[in-house]
Design a binder for this molecule. Structure first.
Ligand SMILES: Cc1cc2nc3c(=O)[nH]c(=O)nc-3n(C[C@H](O)[C@H](O)[C@H](O)COP(=O)(O)OP(=O)(O)OC[C@H]3O[C@@H](n4cnc5c(N)ncnc54)[C@H](O)[C@@H]3O)c2cc1C
Length: 382
């Protein structure tokens, strides 16, 4: 076999999601501005044309207002959920940079859809507004790559997985050792290396180590995450990097398990009740706003309810919200029935138990007009 004679790169970027493609394109553009050649390699484990990683799967809902300014309450939310441990300088920096970042995306061909939300109380300080790119995160990557491909000084190495940072005897990072699709190892020398290869969603061993029991049952939230095996974290730790954040946390969502399309999130758990197989409510659906709770209820469903829960609501809610993003992400229609016992039967649940739970919940209702824009904590689960 011919030896792999890699050029020396000024920058080696590992991963081609948002982090990797933004780093590569920024570097290439800056080099051009400065009149420098600046040779870049993007190392990507996935195949060319494949939706590898997270960025190519997300809808990328963004907490931006009408002027693309970031939700200024986000820092408070981070303080709250981290119980004061969040790096607030980092949060402030992010808030400061976001309008320029949104402009950068617009300048590079990404279309941002602006949405005024009438039904769901958002906790963001964006005046009931949020933004999402047309075509989701995949469209962001496609647009960034269109610009990257204009540069002849950038090589994209697909089906190439970084396995180790190369270092000098003194410990300086000098490049990356990669495994190519032939199964063999090669060295890619680089003056600078950016690790942008995601988390460890696709690594059962690391999931069990950090997140804990039952992670072997955890389905991937998107197929492209199989490539995110924690290689970047392990490579960095191996050369003495520090850590930040909580390794035992994760992003999870309640999804319609009948759906054939990915990311079939059932967002609006607040506008009804969620019961387990025993027809019991296990999470206070109205505890906080939708975006503050959708991950927590999913986490409890996975951890304590054997990954199964049923969202039960009525036609008033469905008619109010559909069509729309809240209950339209699944390609399967909801299961409908004319009575609670009939619904229980269709779901394979105990009709008496489900009727009892719904009756108890409904007893807490009063005659005040229903207000979707206010939290209404009337009956907490036992
Ligand atoms: C279904 C879903 C919905 C989401 N919804 C939202 C949302 O609404 N709003 C929001 O802000 N965020 C959302 N997120 C989170 C967001 O998408 C991620 O935080 C973001 O895309 C991470 O970008 P990244 O570049 O760090 O990682 P990724 O996009 O995962 O990129 C990592 C890349 O590295 C590659 N790679 C992995 N290991 C190696 C290796 N050893 N060598 C070479 N390449 C490697 C992978 O193939 C991948 O292409 C969502 C995520 C998912 C999956």
């Amino acid at each position: 076999m011919a030896p792999f004679d890699s050029p020396q790169y000024d920058l080696v970027v590992v991963g081609s999601g948002f982090a990797g493609s933004m780093t590569a394109l920024n570097f290439l553009e800056q080099c051009k501005k400065d009149g420098k050649q600046g040779k870049v390699a993007i190392i990507e484990a996935g195949k060319n044309g494949e939706r590898c990683g997270a960025s190519r799967w997300t809808m990328a809902y963004l907490r931006l207002d009408r002027n693309n300014k970031f939700d200024s309450d986000w820092i408070k939310e981070m303080r709250l959920v981290s119980r004061g441990l969040a790096d607030e300088d980092y949060c402030r920096k992010l808030e400061h940079l976001v309008p320029d970042l949104a402009q950068y995306l617009l300048d590079h061909g990404v279309q941002l859809n602006h949405h005024d939300e009438k039904n769901v109380l958002l906790e963001f300080k964006t005046d009931q507004h949020f933004v999402f790119p047309e075509g989701g995160g995949n469209a962001i990557i496609q647009n960034l790559f269109k610009h990257i491909s204009d540069f002849s000084n950038c090589d994209v190495l697909w089906e190439t997985a970084a396995v180790k940072l190369l270092t000098s005897d003194r410990g300086e990072v000098t490049g990356v050792k990669v495994r190519k699709s032939d199964g063999l190892l090669y060295d890619i020398p680089g003056k600078n290396v950016m690790l942008a290869c995601g988390g460890f969603e696709g690594n059962r061993e690391m999931l069990a180590k950090y997140v804990g029991r039952n992670t072997h049952n955890l389905p991937l939230i998107a197929p492209g995450l199989k490539y995110n095996t924690g290689a970047g974290i392990n490579m960095a730790l191996e050369v003495g990097a520090g850590t930040a954040g909580s390794f035992d946390g994760m992003h999870c969502e309640l999804v319609d398990t009948r759906a054939t399309k990915p990311d079939a999130v059932v967002w609006g758990h607040n506008y009804g009740i969620v019961v387990n197989r025993d027809c019991k409510r296990f999470y206070d659906e109205g505890k906080r706003h939708l975006f503050a709770t959708f991950e927590m209820i999913a986490l409890e469903t996975w951890r304590d309810q054997n990954q199964v829960a049923y969202f039960v609501t009525d036609a008033t809610i469905m008619n109010r919200f559909r069509p729309g993003w809240v209950y339209d992400t699944s390609d399967k229609d909801p299961i409908e029935a004319n009575s609670i016992p009939e619904l229980a039967q269709k779901l394979g649940l105990d009709p008496d138990k489900l009727s009892k739970t719904v009756e108890e919940f409904n007893k807490a209702c009063n005659d005040k007009p229903f207000d979707l824009m206010a939290l209404d904590v009337r009956l907490r689960p036992a």
